[in-house]
Design a binder for this molecule. Structure first.
Ligand code: 2GW
Ligand code: MN
Length: 297
């Protein structure tokens, strides 16, 4: 008798197949063991989500750092963000730079603003990358908390290539690193030296998250960035620097503060890795860079 029931009989309250049953995937993990959704194309309905977030009149802050020569990435970054990032919602771009006069003027749609924040630069690139944690935590409690509901923190050497919308938003979210989403825990490049605050023991850790895309409510991003910055400073006092700088500290944080949502590598892809079948969209792509020319070490 039961065999005659469709496997989705519990979902019959949905008005149509279109409405519920199409929003699932069987080829990828859709949920963590702590019940956090993992966002892949085909697992959500953006119409429902857009309505929910519009009703709340949510404003999203997108933080991006363009220090020294990295200002060259801003034009494409902002232009493509206008096409694909949180379309139809309120957005503040927070551009942290030491060269405010070199921030390009990009045409913005209604309800969207660019806020330039002048910050100092550091001579070592590792320091530039790591200090983002300090600056985001500082501005979160000083400014962002009064201006936006959510913060999204990303690398600037990137371009948007497809929709990145409110489906990413949650209290605390991270993104699966494109190089490790199919890897086993043993091969994750966590910091392993016990002297570092970022150390993750061999038998711990769920996923390997990318340093270039994380976020959450302002409060949660404040807690994350403050904790990571403090850990980075403790390491520094001991003369140690984590193997992948702040990405290592972010990964440590997520082991003990589980994200409430996880973004698939659709949200941070690099075409150098190829284009596997499971990847239905490449939403945010690494821009190839001439390392020698762009990185003045
Ligand atoms: C970085 C490396 C070498 C020389 C300069 C810089 C640099 C970085 C810079 O001169 N100016 C600057 O603004 N940045 C910022 O730091 C910028 O926002 C950039 O996207 C970010 C991270 O540096 P990036 O994108 O060159 O490094 P990736 O693409 O290898 O990033 C991964 O690894 C990093 C840590 O080593 C971070 O965790 C990053 O989030 C990861 O995506
Ligand atoms: Mn990058």
């Amino acid at each position: 008798l039961h065999l005659q029931l469709p496997p989705y009989f519990l979902l019959l309250h949905c008005d149509s197949k279109e409405h519920c049953l199409s929003h699932r995937r069987t080829d990828v993990l859709m949920m963590t063991p702590w019940f956090a959704p993992i966002v892949w194309e085909g697992t959500y309905n953006s119409e429902i989500l857009n309505e929910e977030f519009r009703q709340r009149n949510v404003t999203v802050g997108l933080t991006v750092f363009a220090i020294k020569k990295y200002v060259v990435f801003l034009q494409k970054f902002l232009e493509t963000a206008e096409m694909y990032f949180m379309v139809g919602h309120r957005v503040n771009y927070y551009v942290f730079t030491d060269r405010p006069e070199e921030v390009p003027k990009v045409a913005l749609k209604d309800g969207r603003n660019v806020v330039v924040l002048k910050v100092q630069n550091y001579s070592r690139w590792q320091e530039i990358s790591m200090r983002r944690m300090e600056m985001i935590s500082y501005f979160s409690q000083k400014q962002f908390i009064n201006e936006v509901n959510y913060l999204v923190s990303v690398d600037v050497d990137m371009r948007f290539n497809d929709e990145v919308g409110v489906e990413i938003l949650s209290n605390l979210f991270g993104t699966l690193h494109p190089g490790f989403y199919a890897s086993r825990r043993q091969s994750f490049t966590y910091e392993r030296r016990s002297a570092s605050q970022a150390c993750v023991p061999r038998d711990e850790g769920d996923f390997y998250y990318a340093g270039g895309f994380f976020g959450g409510t302002v409060k949660e991003v404040y807690k994350l960035t403050k904790k990571c910055h403090e850990a980075i400073m403790l390491d520094k006092a001991k003369g140690i620097e984590a193997i992948w700088q702040e990405e290592s500290h972010l990964n440590k944080y997520f082991v003990y503060h589980k994200p409430t949502k996880i973004l698939s590598p659709e949200y941070l892809w690099d075409d150098n890795i190829g284009r596997p079948q499971i990847l239905k969209k490449r939403r945010f792509l690494a821009v190839p860079k001439n390392h020698a020319a762009i990185r003045n070490k």
